[in-house]
Design a protein around this ligand. Sequence first.
Ligand SMILES: *Cc1c(COP(=O)(O)O)cnc(C)c1O
Length: 394
Amino acid sequence: MRPCRAEIRTRALEDNYRFLVRQAAPHAELLAVVKANAYGHSLAICAPALVRAGAHWLGVTTVEEAIVARALCPEARVMIMAGISRGQARAAIDFQLTPVAWEPWQLDELEAAARAAGAQASSVPIHLELDTGMSRQGVAQRELAACFTRFGPASPLRLDGVMTHLFAADEADGQDTQAQLASLDEAMGHISAEGLFAEWLNVGNSAALLAGQAQPIAELAARHGMKALLRPGLALYGLVPRFDPSFAPQSEPPALNAARESLQPALTWKASVVGVRSVPAGATVGYNATFVATEPMRLALVCAGYADGLDRLLSNHFSLLVRGQRAPLVGRVSMDQSVIDVTEIPGVEAGDEVVILGAQGGENITAYDHADAAGTIPWEVFTRIGPRVPRVAV
Ligand SMILES: *Cc1c(COP(=O)(O)O)cnc(C)c1O
């Protein structure tokens, strides 16, 4: 097998989940976000590991992902966080999924499919998303009243949860989050006034949890007779969200500090050295000769390129690990290969393991390092690791 693979430490994932449960307790329960193939970490590896660690809820993007999650984890609640697409309502019901819904047509299709399936009154759980400021998914406050009739006593649909998404939980001042929670509180007031009851208040990502929002969210939920459900993703995979601006040391939320000590990155992306060559001063490397050897150098060819997810913006701007040392990427990253400078690293030879992301020896390359070098965020770094890179549980 081509030795470019992502190793997933399921033990780290399980420990991370249990750590986050402790941060949420006693205020909130957790939904483990495993969308986008578990942030590129493999749904097939991660979903069962998280369920082993105690997860009752899994969150995916699509019905397609949800059906896979259902097969892997027959007992879990599986939430379709980006809602159904047209024609998918029946699958959501047959596979006992929990759709997030906000568009009138989604509720129409779900209700019709539930009736066609012979579903009993209030038997199909729906999480109604409210738009509290992201203008992405969710019912606008002024259109909320039109949704109430959907959940009458004769409807097969049950308002199981009310959901919203915090768009700035990683901003240390927390002002946007406060405003969103206030708007949620107001909407919940209208919902309760209609005599509607939802079990779950479904809100808050990794940053919200680690910034200490579980308690205020739980208080809001309790005011409306609900339970709080938070939805961490990134932290499960062992990354601590960055806050902007970062908290002053004296106001650092305790969970954030604990997270830095406890969360362990679950993924290590490895490749290997295909061969080593010595080149004279003046030799050019890669497409368009963007690197020219300034002296006699030793170069190692690595079997990973941009088709594997190694961002081309890293060309001449990043280092990989070999023999526990940092070896600069020289020349342009190619589709399937890249070249590192191992002049200063004795003994490098064909077959040596190269770490693209993760630890080797005393060195470590994080998803933040990749993200900073490529002008993006760790979420994108993980989800762009290509489908041809096998994910292997270790
Ligand atoms: C991705 C996502 C999350 C998880 O966010 P993290 O920042 O990775 O913790 C939570 N809720 C929704 C709706 C999401 O799309």
